[in-house]
Design a protein around this ligand. Structure first.
Ligand code: COA
Ligand code: AMP
Length: 634
């Protein structure tokens, strides 16, 4: 007999309109859709066309109106400020309505963009939901990005208002955000009309007369705003993510499809019901933060946790267990790197034993490949299923997972299990032909993508088609490579582009190369992601100097490291570079990145037949040894 997963999976592909139409009945609509899936303008697909709804209404008011007003909606837990603040659904709705009023007072109307550059404080969630309430489009920018990156996003999104805080706290360091914002606005060609600033007690921001508005003062004066009905196809947010150049991609998310898909995933994928406590230990600046700190748990009527801290050091590797036991968390979702950090500080899991984790049922991991060692350590020490699942900023929710609310499949280490209902995942070769089970190729998804996925890139349909739809006609290109085994388990092995994954953060080595190339003494360079015990990968730069440069290598390395931090931000974790005489290349002049990578990671390699001069590989090993890599060969 077919299990619930099989039934749902088959129906979702055979009858997507019936499947998602039924899921949509679980949501509140001001006006029902005319058509569940509009495929009249391929390859652009639209979900719930003609429908009108409001995301913030579904996340908050809906629950207040249906008797959950006194239940906790959000718990802000901040070990770095020693604060725990709890909001019921009614309280959160009221704060959101008031801040929506503040935005209206600054002139924000439906369709306007609002950039949110915030640390992990409750006001970040309030700002996002307030935008949704009045139909404004938010674009959250991760706090670890530098002013230049923020400026690029300001120029692209053209926000009427930017919301920020005076500072963020990184373990013990206070990071002033306001000077970064001021610098970004100086750099950008487009200027926002107003900036709303939350003054945190650790750092007072200097305000610019006429432009900057104090959050508290504006809230005290504001009238609560009502929910504004929007079309299901109207954008809810833009989230910029790394592409293969320094110009990030503005991933667009619609309102209706996003609400339907995310609410459905809470039970199907995460086995969460209304009233459960759910925690995604990520950051609102990333897609996981959008989908699973804010929107999905609130659509479902669960309690979500917003955590301002790190897995270790705030104050120690026991903080996750303290939060799980103190707030009765049922499921935790985080990146494997967080568990590698905990495992490093508490290898025997001693701190876990100090807490009552009896409510804790499932650990979910995503954001990077889950190494079997981390999964097994977690299984042993937590005694709960550990579920790897695979997704991307573009998809907004999991492509593959062990759907815990539908059917549990035995875990195969190294695989995020099977395609989630809605996703027709295939593996193809370069000619877009499907390969046999077990063979590696490009992981693609047959169109149409399910609701909640990106309908396009912000004001750039051409780049959307060119980036995702052109190479394999009829399919969405994930830019991940992998295979599917005989039992339909999917394995995600590596990216097919220059994206690397550093501590669960997605970064473009191409963007870092653009920065290095701008250094006056650099003739040529390559940036690669090499294996790292904690962060999965870290970027390493190889630079060839221009003829005649005779400054010490260390000086130049220090400068390029500083440039990446200054232009991209500390999140790039670019700390290592080395000067080499030349880079290994093919006879046609292509840099042999794969070969350098293998040498750096101590993997077996053969000099490619096309190499210009094999002697150079010995030089590369020496250069890598100097920076502590490629050690075992020596
Ligand atoms: N604002 C300002 N700076 C930030 C920042 C933010 N929001 N987030 C990170 N940074 C800075 C850090 O302070 C650090 O700066 P430094 O070079 O001065 O030390 C740098 O960016 C790199 O940060 P990070 O990659 O977080 O490394 P870390 O060594 O501080 O911490 C981990 C390592 C593994 C503990 C941490 O990366 C982590 O918790 N990862 C979980 C990842 C995650 O949630 N991913 C989301 C997808 S699910
Ligand atoms: P992001 O857009 O930041 O979420 O990064 C998406 C990329 O992270 C994917 O394309 C993968 O390369 C990688 N990724 C995310 N989750 C997994 C996973 N469970 N297994 C392997 N790779 C993953």
């Amino acid at each position: 007999m077919a299990n619930k997963y099989q039934e749902a999976y088959e129906r979702s592909l055979k009858d997507p309109e019936g499947f998602w139409g039924e899921a949509a009945e679980d949501c509140h609509w001001y006006k029902k859709w005319d058509k569940v899936l509009d495929d009249s303008n391929k390859p652009f697909y639209r979900w719930f066309v003609g429908g009108e709804m409001n995301t913030a209404y579904n996340a908050l008011d809906y629950h207040v109106d249906n008797g959950r007003g006194d239940q906790l909606a959000l718990i802000y837990d901040s070990p770095v400020t020693d604060t725990i603040r709890k909001y019921t659904y009614t309280e959160l709705r009221d704060e959101v309505a008031k801040f929506a009023g503040v935005l209206q007072d600054q002139g924000v109307v439906k369709g306007d963009r609002v950039i949110i550059y915030m640390p992990m404080i409750a006001e970040a969630a309030i700002s996002m939901l307030a935008c949704a309430r009045i139909g404004a489009i938010h674009s959250v920018v991760f706090g670890g990005f530098a002013a230049k990156e923020l400026a690029t996003r300001i120029n692209d999104a053209k926000p009427r208002v930017i919301v920020t805080a005076s500072c963020g706290i990184e373990v013990k360091k206070v990071i002033a955000y306001k000077p970064l914002l001021d610098k970004a606005i100086d750099f950008s060609d487009y200027k926002p009309e107003k900036c709303v600033i939350i003054q945190r007690p650790m750092e007072k921001a200097t305000m610019i007369e006429g432009r900057d508005v104090d959050w508290e003062e504006a809230m005290a004066k504001a009238k609560p705003a009502d929910c504004v009905p929007v079309a299901a196809t109207d954008p809810l947010y833009i989230l910029y993510t790394s592409g293969t150049t320094g110009q990030p991609k503005g991933v667009v998310r619609d309102n209706g499809g996003h609400m339907v898909a995310l609410k459905w995933t809470m039970k199907a994928v995460y086995d969460i019901d209304a009233g459960d406590v759910y925690w995604a230990a990520s950051d609102v600046g990333w897609v996981v933060g959008h989908s699973y700190i804010i929107y999905a748990p609130l659509f479902k009527g669960a309690t979500t946790i917003l955590f301002e801290g790190k897995p270790v050091g705030t104050p120690d590797a026991g903080v996750f267990w303290r939060i799980i036991s103190e707030h009765g968390v049922k499921s935790l979702f985080t990146a494997p790197t967080a568990f590698r950090a905990i495992k490093r500080d508490d290898p025997k899991g001693e701190m876990i034993k100090k807490h009552d984790l009896s409510n804790f049922k499932i650990l979910f991991l995503a954001g990077e490949r889950s190494d079997p060692d981390t999964i097994q350590w977690s299984e042993r020490n937590l005694n709960v299923p550990v579920i790897d699942h695979w997704w991307q900023t573009e998809t907004g929710w999991a492509i593959c997972a062990n759907c815990m609310g539908l059917h549990y499949f035995p875990v195969k280490y190294g695989s995020p299990t099977k395609a989630v209902p809605g996703w027709d995942v295939r593996v193809v070769d370069e000619a877009a032909k499907e390969v046999k089970a077990g063979e590696i190729g490009a992981l693609v998804v047959k169109l149409p993508l399910p609701p909640g996925t990106l309908p396009t890139l912000w004001q750039n349909d051409d780049r959307f088609v060119e980036s995702y739809l052109e190479e394999f006609p009829g399919y969405y290109k994930t830019a991940d490579a992998g295979f599917i085994d005989e039992e339909d388990y999917v394995y995600v092995m590596s990216r097919t582009d220059d994206i690397i994954n550093v501590a669960g953060h997605r970064l473009s080595t191409g963007a870092m190369e653009e920065v290095l190339s701008d250094h006056q003494d650099v003739a040529e360079c390559a940036v690669l992601g090499v294996e790292d015990q904690l962060k999965g990968q870290v970027p390493v730069g190889f630079i060839v100097l221009k003829a005649g440069v005779d400054r010490p290598d260390e000086e130049i390395v220090k400068e390029v490291v500083g440039m990446v931090r200054d232009r991209i931000g500390p999140v790039a974790a670019f700390k290592t570079a080395t000067v080499v005489k030349r880079l290994p290349k093919t006879r046609s002049g292509k840099i042999l990145r794969g070969t350098i990578q293998k040498i750096a990671d101590n993997k077996e390699f053969k000099a490619p037949a096309t190499i210009d001069d094999p002697a150079i590989l010995g030089e590369m090993e020496d250069a890598l040894n100097k920076i502590g890599l490629a050690k075992s060969r020596k």
